[in-house]
Design a protein around this ligand. Structure first.
Ligand code: PMP
Length: 282
């Protein structure tokens, strides 16, 4: 494995960053999780665009242009020769002092890891998963806008642990007003009366690349889809429910807080979208 750090390549055992890196000390940084399908980087331009938007959101000068970032991703991918894999692209504020001050960090640090994808077991895609609604609310946008894909994931980590305590793999997070936002590492969709709905990102959801793909697929397939405010009741009374994310792709949800969705079976529209997505990545 060859890991990119600031323009140079290192073997895994030599790929190290400083304990003074503010990404580590303060979670001061941003990242992307990207898939490699058939040796190709999926939606590279979209991921690079989101990364640079996140950088703007935290006043971070990445120190390289988007074109150079794409080139670094392509080069790191070519060096590692993974047919199917996962890329973790991270940009931190860089090395600084033992104080929060980002202005004492002269240069951002960029690293790229090309690794294996940790997939959900295949059976979940045919059976669906059970999820719970988390008691941890999404951080409101006036505290921190979660459309910034930052290294601050503790809110999500706590909600994920809550899911595990309930015997589930994922949990759904609501915002301060009880509106559905997203899951800890995935976006959420419901289907009701043949219409697909997902919360608008300003209700505390990342603008997922997979979410965008699903909305585009729905449009080409002639399935009506909308961004819509969703409450707990909309989840419980949904005809179908599914999650989307780079790692999960499209995952059916068949139980929410113990309430079966579609008699605890993946729904028809979910299955059609899963099939269309599989064709897209092939
Ligand atoms: N929400 C959160 C909190 C995420 O971390 C992710 C990415 N894992 C997503 C949604 C899904 O986004 P994408 O489809 O771009 O992977």
């Amino acid at each position: 494995m060859k890991i990119y750090i600031d323009g140079k390549y290192y073997d895994e055992k030599d790929a190290k960053i400083s304990v003074f890196d503010h990404g580590l000390l303060y979670g001061d940084g941003i990242f992307e999780g990207i898939r490699i399908y058939n040796g190709k980087i999926f939606k590279i331009a979209e991921h690079v665009r989101r990364l640079f938007d996140s950088a703007k959101g935290i006043y971070l000068d990445i120190g390289m242009a988007p074109e150079a970032m794409e080139k670094a991703l392509l080069e790191t991918n070519a060096l590692n020769q993974k047919k199917n894999g996962y890329i973790r692209l991270v940009v931190t504020r860089g090395d600084g002092l033992l104080g929060i001050d980002p202005f004492k960090c002269p240069k951002a640090k960029v690293f790229i890891i090309v690794g294996d994808i940790n997939l959900y077991p295949q059976e979940y895609y045919s059976k669906g998963i059970a999820v719970v609604i988390s008691s941890y609310r999404r951080i409101p946008a006036d505290c921190f806008d979660v459309r910034i894909k930052s290294l601050n994931y503790l809110n999500n980590v706590l909600a994920k642990m809550e899911a595990h305590r309930a015997g589930c793999l994922e949990s759904i997070m609501l915002d301060q007003q009880g509106r559905v936002a997203e899951c800890t590492g995935d976006n959420i969709f419901i289907v009701k009366n043949g219409i697909i709905a997902t919360p608008p990102s300003h209700h505390g959801a990342l603008e997922g690349i997979t979410r965008g793909e699903v909305l585009a697929l729905a449009s080409t397939m002639g399935i009506p889809a909308q961004e819509k405010t969703l409450m707990r009741f909309d989840l419980y009374s949904a005809d179908e429910c599914f999650l989307t994310g780079t790692a999960a792709e499209i995952m059916p949800v068949t139980m929410i807080d113990g309430n079966p969705i579609n008699d605890a079976k993946p729904g028809k529209i979910t299955a059609r979208l899963m099939q269309a997505f599989r064709e897209l990545i092939r």
